[in-house]
Design a protein around this ligand. Sequence first.
Ligand code: URA
Length: 439
Amino acid sequence: MCYNTAMTAAKLLLDKKREGHALGSAEIREFVTGFTRGEIPDYQMSAFAMAVCCRGMTPRETADLTDAMMRSGVTVDWRDVPLPTADKHSTGGVGDKLSLVVQPLAAACGVAVPSLTGRGLGITGGTADKLETIPGYNAALSLDAFKRVVSEVGVSMTVQTEEICPADRKLYALRDVTGTVASIPLICSSILSKKWAEGAGTLVFDVKVGSGAFMKTREEAHELATALVTSSRAAGRKAAALVTDMDAPLGFAVGNVNEVAEAIAMLNGERPGAVLDLCVEEAALMVSLARDLPLDEARAMCLARLADGAAFAKFAQMVAAQGGDLDRFARLREAPTFKFRIQAMKSGFVAAIDADRVGRVALALGAGRERAGDRIDPLAGVTLSVQVGDRVAVGAPLATLEKSTAPEGLEKAAAELYKAFRVEPAAPEPKPLVIERIV
Ligand code: URA
């Protein structure tokens, strides 16, 4: 379509959406194609994003937008791999190192796991940044290398390449600066277009809700989780979702090197607890759906593969196949860093650890990025000494802040971190991590 014709068609589409009418499949496809080719200017796409924020989209329109964005780039085909394929996606949180455990664990249970992952932004960490702290690990494989590692090892984690969903990349950049991120149809189509392009037959979604999550209310999280699952099923994928709590950081480590170390400890069975249980649940859902097994059987298989070392072995094979060196990683933890420890000033029970505040402190220490492209300090972060529900005495350690660049800022960050902890005389009600299951 020529430039002017595309722009005129876009104007009619914008009028229609503004008035609250549903758009046709062909209209959406042509609009996204025109945008990808540069025939539809950014201002028209920005207006579209705002109209969707205000007017919403029907499930069919959301599916059409997802499909059009998926087709804006390359789609990956796993027919040559003899195993069923599955991936899990988390909407992101603070201390969310679950993928590092879940993906190799599912792979150790006979599922091929092609996982295109992201970099961190704001308080949300990125799996690719964490993996890149392993010396030599290549988290930016070409699509051919990604396919080879999945075929040979059964699991690969790497960043989404340029060829996958260029329309989503362009649109997301506009949403970021036009106040149009917070729209369920736009979020849903953004996540799904990438996951569908990646080609896994089974998708398990972990939709986080709480202070450290993108979704702040259970209603929003429920809506997104339902949309992700129903749209994926309608497009012929097997899918399930868990809505999980993100009010407190997940586990003890928030950062990069410290999170990888914690994930390795979980893979080696050294960190039992609610976070490892959630990893097992997510991997079991992947295995159960992908292999058509009862969930109990898949769960038992995951526990057995953790116990016999197969899950860690899978992780180590993937790291080696992508050039990483776990011996050198282990030595990284011995590197000198600047540390500051905070302690309890009253005794009682840890009633809350505010994930958002912990995430912001870790970000300020250099563990994350304020803006895409910022450099991160791999050793920076926060390591908690306690979890919600633990009893503490006066002077007991609550957390350690760490950075490798310079000691400046540590004390101020420590004062801020202290505010994340609420210590009460009585033990809090235990709160499960899994809030809702859509399976
Ligand atoms: N993650 C995505 O990939 N896209 C969104 O729109 C929001 C979160």
